[in-house]
Design a binder for this molecule. Structure first.
Ligand code: ATP
Ligand code: PRP
Ligand code: NIO
Ligand code: MG
Length: 558
C-alpha cells in the first residue's frame, strides 16, 4: 500500500485493539449510556467537552505515583465502534421509551472527533495534575469515563507498588513477580505482570504475560516437586553428558552421593548436618538431570541447613565436575535474613574447602509473603538474598486496594466548569489546561504547574509565580532550568494525524526507572516523604477563585 503524502503508512498507523477482548465500548457503567441518551435527547450530545483524568492522593502513604495504562486506553479509542449485538443489548437495557434514533446515533459513533493529550506512560505523576485530558463530543467522551478509569487505576497502582518494592530492594536485586495464583482473576494477573515490569520488576513467572508482552520469564520449582520423590532409587536415567559434550557420567546419582559424603566429612562443614533427607536429594538430582544448566533448588521443604543446603551443594558440586554451574537456591519459609546468611556462609565454606571458584556467590532467592515492610526489615537485619519472588502483596496491592483516579468535566463549549465540594481537596480545577514540569538547577523536578490553555508557557530562566491551587498563602517564584510540557498528543482524533508513539513496554520501563532516579530523594523515600509541589499559574488561580465564588450559593442565616 502507498504511503500517504504527509502521514504514516496505513499499517504503521493501525493501533491494535485492547489486550483484553473484554475491553469493549460496553465495559462501562450503565449511567454513561443513560447520560448519553439524555444528552442526545436534549440535542447536547455534540457539545464539545473537556474532561481531566487525575487522582487526588498518592497511594501507599507515599508522595509519588507511576502512571500506567495509557496504551490500553489509546487502543480502546482507536478501535471504538459498537457492534450490532452491542447496540441490541443497550437497546434491551434502556427503557422502552428511548427513541430509535439514539441507536442509529450509537451505530455511527467512533473516536475520530476525540482528542487525548496525556502524560507519557511510565512517568512519575502527582495529585491533581491531569494524567489525561480528553476532549470531544460530550456523549462520546462520557462513555469513555469508566473504561479509562478502569484501565488506568489498577495499572498505575500496581506499577507504583512495584516501584516502591524496587526502591526498597535496591537496584542490584533481581525482582520476580510471582503473583498470578493470587491475583484478582486473569486480567488482574496479566495486568500485574505487565505493570510490575513497568514499575521496575525484572521478570515474571506468568507465561502468558511473557508471550503477550515479551517480559522475561523466570521460575524455580515448588514443594510438590520435592515431596513427590521418595528415594534415589526412583531415578532410572542416571547418565549425564558433560557440558562440553566430551564425556558422559554414567551414574550421576553416585557422583552426587560421593559429593554429599565428602561435604559431610570435610573438616570445615563437619557437625553442621548429619543425615540429609534422601527424597529431597532425589528431587534435586532429578531436577539437575532435567536442567543441568539451570539448576536451582527449593531448599526449605524439610530443613534448610540440615538438609536442603547440603543436598543442593552435593548436586551443584557434581554438576561442577561435569562443567555445569548451578544457579542457586530458593528459601520460602523461616527467617529469611538468618537463613540466607547461613546458606551464604556454607557456600563460602564449600568454595574454600573444595576450591570451586565463585561457589560462594551462589544465587539466593527468597519468597514467602514478602512486602515493603519485610524487605525493609531484611535490609535492616542484613541478608544475603540476591533475588526476591513477590506475589500476593504486590499484585493484590494489599496495602491499598485502589487508586482514586477520577474523570471530571472542566470545560464545555469553551465555558470552564468547576465541581465544588465541602472538602477543598475535592474541588476540581476548571478550564482546558496545559501542564508543565519545572526543573531546578540541580536537575530535579521542582514543581508541576497548570496554566490556562492560552497562557504563554513558562520559559527557561524566566521567573514564574507558582501558586497552590486552593491555599492563598502558599506560593513560590521559580526560575526553571528546564521546562517540560507534560501533556502530549496521543490521540489527535484520527490514526493518520501526527501523534506520540506508543513505545514498547521495555522503553516504558526504562523511562519509569529514569524518572524515579531523577526525583529528589526525599520525595520518594518511604518514611515521611516530602510532598512534591503541584501548582497553578497566577492567572489560573484567580480564575478558579472567581468561578468558585460565582458558582457557590451564598448562604442565608436566620
Ligand atoms: N528476617 C525476617 N524479618 C522480618 N520478616 C521476615 C524475616 N524472615 C521472614 N520474614 C517474613 O515473616 C513471615 C513468616 O511467615 P510465616 O510464619 O507464615 O512463614 P513460615 O512459618 O516461615 O513458613 P511457612 O510458609 O512454612 O508457614 C513472612 O511474611 C516472611 O516474609
Ligand atoms: O508468598 P507470595 O508473595 O504470594 O509469593 C508466591 C508464593 O507462592 C508460592 O507458594 P504458595 O504460597 O502457593 O505455597 P506455600 O506458601 O505453601 O509455599 C511461592 O512459594 C511463594 O511462597
Ligand atoms: O517459580 C517459582 O518459584 C514460583 C512461581 C510462582 C509462585 N511461586 C513461586
Ligand atoms: Mg506462601
Amino acid at each position: 500500500m502507498e504511503a500517504k503524502a504527509n502521514g504514516p503508512k496505513e499499517e504503521e498507523s493501525r493501533i491494535d485493539p485492547p489486550t483484553n477482548p473484554m475491553v469493549t465500548p460496553l465495559l462501562s457503567d450503565l449511567y454513561q449510556f443513560t447520560m448519553a441518551y439524555a444528552y442526545w435527547k436534549a440535542r447536547k450530545h455534540n457539545e464539545r467537552a473537556v474532561f481531566d483524568l487525575y487522582f487526588r492522593k498518592n497511594p501507599f502513604g507515599g508522595e509519588f505515583t507511576v502512571f500506567a495504562g495509557l496504551e490500553e486506553c489509546i487502543r480502546l479509542i482507536a478501535n471504538f465502534k459498537f457492534t450490532e449485538e452491542e447496540i441490541a443489548f443497550i437497546r434491551a437495557s434502556l427503557p422502552e421509551t428511548c427513541e430509535d434514533g439514539f441507536y442509529d446515533y450509537l451505530r455511527g459513533i467512533d473516536c475520530s472527533d476525540v482528542e487525548v493529550y496525556a502524560v507519557p506512560e511510565g512517568y512519575v505523576v502527582f495529585p491533581k495534575v491531569p494524567l489525561l485530558r480528553v476532549e470531544g463530543p460530550i456523549a462520546v467522551v462520557q462513555l469513555l469515563e469508566t473504561p479509562f478509569l478502569n484501565l488506568i487505576n489498577y495499572a498505575s497502582l500496581v506499577a507504583t507498588n512495584a516501584a516502591r518494592h524496587r526502591s526498597i530492594a535496591g537496584k542490584s536485586k533481581l525482582l520476580l513477580e510471582f503473583g498470578l495464583r493470587r491475583a484478582q482473576g486473569p486480567d488482574g494477573g496479566i495486568g500485574a505482570s505487565k505493570y510490575s515490569y513497568i514499575g521496575g520488576f525484572d521478570a515474571t513467572s506468568n507465561v502468558e504475560a511473557g508471550r503477550l508482552f515479551g517480559i522475561p520469564l523466570r521460575g524455580t520449582h515448588s514443594h510438590a516437586f520435592v515431596s513427590s520423590f521418595m528415594s534415589l532409587d526412583e531415578i532410572m536415567e542416571k547418565s549425564l553428558q558433560s557440558s562440553d559434550g566430551s564425556s558422559t557420567c554414567e551414574d550421576f546419582v553416585s557422583l552426587v552421593q560421593a559429593w554429599l559424603s565428602k561435604i559431610k566429612w570435610s573438616h570445615l562443614s563437619h557437625g553442621i548436618f548429619g543425615e540429609t533427607n534422601q527424597s529431597e536429594l532425589a528431587a534435586f538430582t532429578s531436577y539437575a538431570l532435567a536442567f543441568p544448566n539451570n539448576f536451582l533448588a527449593l531448599v526449605d521443604t524439610y530443613d534448610v541447613m540440615r538438609s536442603g543446603v547440603p543436598n543442593f551443594c552435593a548436586v551443584a558440586l557434581a554438576l561442577n565436575d561435569l562443567g555445569y554451574k548451578a544457579v542457586g537456591i530458593r528459601l520460602d519459609s523461616g527467617d529469611l535474613a538468618y537463613l540466607s546468611c547461613e546458606a551464604r556462609k556454607f557456600f563460602h565454606i564449600i568454595e574454600k574447602e573444595f576450591g570451586v571458584s565463585n561457589f560462594g556467590k551462589m544465587g539466593i532467592t527468597a519468597s514467602n509473603d514478602l512486602n515493603e515492610e519485610t524487605l525493609d526489615a531484611l535490609n535492616k537485619q542484613g541478608h544475603e538474598v540476591d533475588a526476591f519472588g513477590i506475589g500476593t502483596n504486590l499484585v493484590t496491592c494489599y496495602a491499598q486496594p485502589a487508586l482514586g483516579c477520577v474523570f471530571k468535566l472542566v470545560e464545555i463549549n469553551n465555558q470552564p466548569r468547576i465541581k465544588l465540594s465541602e472538602d477543598v481537596s475535592k474541588v476540581s480545577i476548571p478550564c482546558k489546561k496545559r501542564c508543565y514540569r519545572l526543573y531546578g538547577k540541580e536537575g530535579y523536578p521542582l514543581v508541576d504547574i497548570m496554566t490556562g490553555e492560552n497562557e504563554p508557557p513558562p520559559k527557561m530562566a524566566e521567573r514564574i509565580l507558582c501558586r497552590h491551587p486552593f491555599n492563598e498563602s502558599k506560593r513560590a517564584y521559580v526560575v526553571p532550568r528546564h521546562v517540560e510540557e507534560l501533556l502530549k498528543c496521543f490521540w489527535p482524533g484520527s490514526p493518520d494525524k501526527a501523534r506520540e508513539e506508543l513505545p514498547p513496554l521495555m522503553q516504558i520501563r526504562d523511562r519509569c526507572i529514569k524518572q524515579l532516579q531523577q526525583m529528589r530523594p526525599d520525595h520518594v523515600r518511604r518514611l515521611n516523604p516530602t510532598p512534591y509541589k503541584v501548582s497553578v499559574s497566577a492567572k489560573l488561580y484567580d480564575f478558579i477563585h472567581f468561578l468558585w465564588l460565582n458558582e457557590a450559593p451564598v448562604g442565608e442565616l436566620q
